[in-house]
Design a protein around this ligand. Structure first.
Ligand code: UDP
Length: 473
């Protein structure tokens, strides 16, 4: 969709300013897509006033860009970073979010609310206020429907080695139980999510039909009254901006530009990007092994090491000098979209977060998967076994969503996987080709007239109708 220029100034002046509250979860991988989505809404409907309801720590990320600013309201909550992402801290933050958000909604009485699916209690609050509630999901429809099936099958981690999903379209999905998220252990959680999904006016999913069509269809049938597949918003919204480096409050800093300048010196498709999203951190021993594996692979690499990983004891002696001509380490936050769009990037070693998968897919970059937690192993199943644009970095040892159960991935495995994957016309050339074919599919979905943009228009018209007619369902 292009910004709506068909409205005259007097049209705009006579329009009611609809007030919509957006309530993201505090994690960056949830907040940034909602901020990008807010930008898309504003570009298309300047008569809607959007307010992001965030924690104080997140105000700097609440605007997708200065081009389409939103209002900001905060509720009290301690900072949540990768290091503090332990269950007790998250539980406390979720509790504070519920109290703070409820208070703000009651005080300001917006015309509608769009909230992260991780806040299932929001549907009841919206129903009390008699306003439409739309949920926003940053999860693949594949992982949502697979988890729902496992939940219905009463799969409990620990009882079996492997489980097979029953009743889904596409190839058979069989997974080791260790790779399923601990959320399946919790009695009511998935049921609560499922119920709030069906209670809500509809669900917006940051995904694209071109990537997971049959699972979008399944999601539409089983998970929501109305479903809108508008993604990948982290790719489509930045297209409106001057620079894809300047996103979500990130400063266009020297280090961010220097990694792009370094990529300029490398050959086409010759560099492996190594980055594991915004939440998961590695133990020092694993970082050390990864550093040695990257060195032994003899490949060019750009490695993003998070602030939370930075004690530096993982750096092997003399390593920085030895890899200086073919390795570049970014400390902290990297401009991932701009890096993936660079012609020098030939592969992406990643954790299978859904945003990163979509960003790689849009850029036509094949993935080497190293899932770590949450629903990442389920996403891996989709990209490796269903779609075929990725390969597993390690099939061997014990992999698990739980930190205490996983084995260290040895340097030899990492080195071998990387060099095999990067071999020109090697055994993974079909994976590379498949990934390249996906680029245009995803980019056409977010171009004018594409499936994601049509779903965005349908959502906007349904939302305006619902606010006009005060329908909650
Ligand atoms: N990201 C980034 N720079 C970084 C790390 C992450 O821009 O250094 C962005 C990445 O482009 C993606 C998001 O943060 O949009 C991470 O989301 P994802 O779903 O992949 O992973 P999670 O953070 O949930 O593990």
């Amino acid at each position: 969709a292009s910004p709506n220029n068909s409205l005259t100034n007097s049209d705009k002046a006579n329009m009611k300013k609809w007030r919509v509250f957006l309530v993201p979860l505090f994690a960056r991988s949830h907040l940034s897509p909602l901020a990008d989505f807010a930008g898309l809404l504003l570009a298309n409907r300047p008569d809607v006033e959007l307010t992001m309801v965030v924690t104080p720590d997140n105000t700097k990320f609440a605007n997708g860009s200065a081009l389409h600013p939103v209002q900001i309201l905060t509720y009290p909550c301690p900072p949540i970073g990768p290091k503090s992402a332990e269950p007790s801290v998250i539980d406390k933050a979720l509790h504070m979010a519920r109290q703070g958000v409820e208070q703000l909604l009651q005080q300001h009485k917006p015309d509608a609310v769009i909230a992260d699916v991780m806040f299932p209690w929001i549907t009841a609050i919206a129903a009390d206020l008699k306003i439409p509630c739309i949920l926003f999901s940053v999860f693949s429809t594949f992982s949502t429907v697979v988890l729902d099936c496992f939940h219905k099958m009463r799969v409990r981690p620990g009882l079996l080695d492997h489980v097979t999903v029953l009743g889904l379209p596409g190839p058979e999905i069989r997974m080791p139980v260790l790779e399923l998220p601990p959320i399946l252990l919790e009695d009511n959680t998935i049921e609560k999510f499922h119920k709030s999904g069906l209670d809500a006016f509809g669900i917006v999913v940051n995904t694209c039909r071109g990537i997971e069509l049959e699972y979008c269809d399944e999601f539409e049938k089983t998970q929501a009254r109305r479903a809108y597949f508008v993604g990948p918003v982290t790719v489509s919204y930045p297209m409106y901006q001057r620079s894809i480096i300047e996103r979500g409050g990130e400063v266009e800093g020297e280090s961010e530009n220097s990694c792009l300048r370094w990529l300029d010196t490398k050959n086409e498709r010759s560099v492996v990007l190594v980055s594991f999203g915004s939440m998961c951190v590695f133990k020092s021993a694993q970082l050390h092994e990864l550093a040695m594996g990257l060195e032994e692979s003899r490949q060019n690499f750009l490695w993003v090491v998070k602030d939370a990983d930075q004690s530096d004891e993982w750096i092997p002696e003399g390593w920085e000098e030895r890899i200086a001509d073919r390795g570049f380490v970014v400390r902290g936050w990297a401009p991932q979209l701009a890096i993936l769009a660079h012609v020098a990037i030939g592969a992406f070693v990643m954790q299978c977060g859904w945003n990163s998968i979509q960003e790689a897919t849009a850029a036509g970059v094949p993935m080497l998967t190293w899932p770590l937690a949450y629903e990442q192993f389920i996403n891996e199943k989709l990209v490796v076994d269903v779609i075929g644009c990725a390969a597993r970095l390690w099939e061997g040892g014990k992999r698990s969503t739980r930190e205490t159960e996983k084995e260290l991935v040895p340097r030899t495995v990492i080195a071998h996987a990387l060099s095999r994957f990067m071999e020109p016309e090697g055994e993974f050339s079909s994976v590379h080709r498949k990934a390249q074919e996906f680029g245009p599919v995803v980019r056409s979905a977010i171009a004018d007239g594409g499936s994601s943009m049509s779903d965005l228009s349908r959502l906007i018209s349904d939302l305006i109708n619902a606010m006009e007619n005060k329908t909650c369902q």
